[in-house]
Write a protein that binds this ligand. Structure first.
Ligand code: FAD
Length: 377
């Protein structure tokens, strides 16, 4: 910090959720002095209200670049978890035993098989291992499966982690490595020039040649300030949590997962509700509980102890947006609706690209310019 109140760094990251924190940690680990400016734990809280899956299956249908990115992220996760533990002593509870997506009719099984087959074809040489597992075999893998379950798809790539421990560990590791975290720092204006960005926070300013906008839904307002666009919308999701019970579920599923502490998380709702996060709806909570009990009838014996709603950060096609400004080189935006899954890629693959000064060519399909093409068509 200079006497004039100007803080000069190698990089500014706006947003302290899972996306901003993973990138800021990755940049600081690359040796770049980085400041993370964060409005804080205000209403939208996707990073604090999510399900915690590190999930590969069903991601990137018709978009092999997204499938590869997700796969690469799941592959980068073990090293990320180990590094965070070594730096901070915080375990993020990563388990990657593979995951199950249940089907309740033969038709559903056939459709799911077709979808997984397409993903395999689109994976090309990278490969995509999956199996459709019939109910009789599933009963040996997970206990107390309901009679209505006909089978499930399985890939070895899926897993889960504690999203709250992950967020805490990313923040702690970032700061342990010398990164500067500024809470209560809502960014509303940016002075942009090529490889020269200045952001005012109260009476102080922060200046850097790299600027990363990773403020979740906030990017919709901030991206235009650096000549980019982030056409994002909120999508509400609700989650129910049961009381703790003995460890019964050895692997995560898309509707139920068991935490290291023993609670079961039940969820999977997707609701287009604008910016209304606070309301949990009895009808949706009933639907979530019903689906969980239909899958595992024994869940009906457990008490629900907590429930919440939070907003996903959704682009028009549901895929991430990574873009860099042509007008103001050095400015990058990053958004996705799978910030837990993609934390490995954000810290270990995206941050080095940003540090090096440009996104790799294979990232171009993630540009928000794809929506201009869709609009024109
Ligand atoms: C119900 C639910 C279940 C989910 N389940 C999973 C899952 O199982 N697996 C998975 O991978 N993902 C899951 N997700 C998605 C995941 O939670 C999000 O992708 C991720 O949290 C997005 O992180 P983010 O940092 O982009 O956004 P946010 O968490 O919204 O964080 C954005 C941050 O930026 C700050 N900010 C905003 N505007 C400004 C500004 N102008 N100046 C400074 N700071 C600002 C905010 O205060 C906030 O701290 C789920 C999401 C929900 C809602």
């Amino acid at each position: 910090m200079t006497a004039t109140g100007q803080d000069t760094r190698d990089a500014i990251v706006v947003g302290g959720g899972l996306v901003g924190a993973a990138i800021a940690y990755g940049l600081q680990r690359q040796g770049l002095t980085t400041v993370m400016l964060d409005e804080g734990d205000v209403a939208h809280r996707a990073s604090r209200g999510n399900f915690g899956l590190v999930w590969v299956q069903s991601k990137g249908l018709g978009a092999p670049h997204y499938q590869h990115w997700t796969h690469a992220s799941a592959g980068a996760w073990p090293e990320l978890a180990a590094d965070l533990l070594a730096t901070t002593g915080i375990g993020v509870g990563l388990h990657q035993p593979g995951g199950l997506h249940f089907c309740f009719s033969d038709d559903e099984m056939a459709q799911r098989d077709a979808l997984m087959g397409q993903l395999r074809r689109e994976a090309g040489n990278a490969g995509y291992e999956y199996r459709m597992i019939p109910a009789a075999e599933l009963r040996d893998m997970v206990p107390g499966l309901g009679p209505q379950v006909v089978g499930a798809s399985w890939t070895p790539y899926d897993g889960h982690a504690s999203p709250l421990h992950l967020l805490r560990a990313l923040h702690a590791a970032f700061q342990d490595l010398g990164g500067h975290y500024r809470p209560n720092a809502k960014v509303t204006a940016i002075k942009a020039a090529p490889r020269d960005f200045t952001v005012a926070i109260g009476a102080e300013t922060v200046r850097a040649p790299r600027l990363v906008l990773a403020s979740g839904l906030g990017n919709a307002d901030l991206a235009p300030l650096v000549g980019l666009s982030a056409p994002l919308r909120p999508e509400r999701g609700q989650i129910l949590v049961t009381e703790r019970t003995r460890q019964v579920l050895g692997l995560p599923t898309h509707v139920v997962r068991q935490t290291e502490e023993g609670s079961l998380l039940l969820g999977d709702s997707k609701e287009d509700m604008g910016f209304d996060t606070l309301t949990q709806t009895p009808a949706m909570m009933r639907a979530i509980a019903h689906k969980a009990v239909r899958t595992f009838p024994w869940i009906a014996e457990l008490n629900i102890v907590r429930a919440w709603a939070a907003l996903r950060v959704m682009s028009p096609d549901g895929k991430p947006i990574y873009d860099e400004s042509e007008r103001y080189p050095g400015a990058t935006i990053a958004n996705c609706h799978s910030g837990v899954t993609l934390a490995g890629a954000h810290a270990s693959l995206l941050a080095p690209m940003i540090a090096a000064g440009a996104l790799a060519p294979e990232m171009s399909p993630f540009s928000a310019r794809r929506f201009d093409v869709q609009k024109a068509a």
